[in-house]
Write a protein that binds this ligand. Structure first.
Ligand code: SAM
Length: 244
């Protein structure tokens, strides 16, 4: 997933692809479980910030991919779990897993849900695909109820100076590079503040030393609480309640 800017690949340099094309190539092999050392520490940190009993929570997993966090939310007995993702191929992969939640195709912005719909929103390793962080966080906050929790992760901004790229090797042997925008911790603070979210915790885990020693943090994991209600609920989106 991470590669150094100047790294030489044995066969080819990464081929840049847009998000939908990239995930179409990746979906078939994208497991609903950590599949690299970075995802292991990321998942551990995300789970450490989530309530252990989610029975009273209506949950949304944004950019759910093949359903990793939907499974984890259900393992914590979430009252209801909805997953949304832009990639039809990733959703098709999620459908192969016994998720027991509802899957909806849709983008970050606008999210296809009315204001104040969810008690908890998770979003794993996806916001960096978007350049406009404030817009994404604003949408996540809009559909979160007042007092609700947002728990999300992304590549650590240290990667910008280290020259990390978002790459993967597809089954066809090609290494693809996905669009990624490194957002600083200040960017996250500003985006959350603007969206009425109060950041409670920021975790910056490094890799487990036994898997692959790496002195710097590899991911950013943020927990925020919606502390300011939406100013003007959007009436145009109320008709979408039938999705839930
Ligand atoms: C690295 S995968 C993470 C999948 C899952 N959250 C996980 O952690 O296992 C990123 C996901 O973000 C989705 N994604 C990227 N851009 C998106 C957008 N603009 N709107 C919705 N989903 C998007 C991709 O389709 C992909 O499934």
């Amino acid at each position: 997933m991470l590669s150094k800017r100047k790294q030489k690949f044995s066969h080819t340099t990464p081929t840049p692809v847009d998000i939908l094309t990239g995930y179409a190539h990746w979906a078939e092999s994208y497991q609903a479980a950590p599949h690299n050392p970075l995802m292991e520490v990321e998942q551990q940190a995300m789970l450490s910030l989530m309530p252990v009993d989610l029975r009273d929570y209506t949950c949304l997993d944004v950019a759910c991919g093949s359903g990793r966090y939907m499974l984890l939310l259900q393992a914590r007995r979430a009252g209801q779990v909805v997953g949304v993702d832009y990639s039809a191929d990733m959703l098709a992969q999620a459908k192969k897993v016994d998720l027991g939640g509802q899957l909806i195709r849709g983008p970050f912005s606008p999210l296809p849900f009315p204001d104040n719909s969810f008690d908890l929103i998770s979003c794993g390793m996806a916001v960096g695909h978007e350049k406009n962080l404030a817009q994404v966080i604003g949408e996540l906050s809009r559909v979160l109820r007042f007092g609700g929790l947002l728990i999300y992760s992304d590549l650590h901004p240290f990667g910008a100076t280290a020259g990390w790229k978002r790459t993967f090797a597809a089954a066809n042997g090609t290494t693809y590079q996905l669009e990624h925008h490194f957002h600083t911790i200040d960017d996250h603070h500003a985006a959350c503040r603007q969206a009425g979210l109060k950041i409670e915790t920021i975790l910056e885990p490094t890799l487990n030393p036994e898997s692959a020693p790496h002195p710097n943090p590899v991911v950013l994991v943020i927990k925020a609480v919606k502390s300011i209600p939406n100013p003007n609920p959007n009436p145009n989106l109320q008709s979408l309640t039938s999705n839930l």
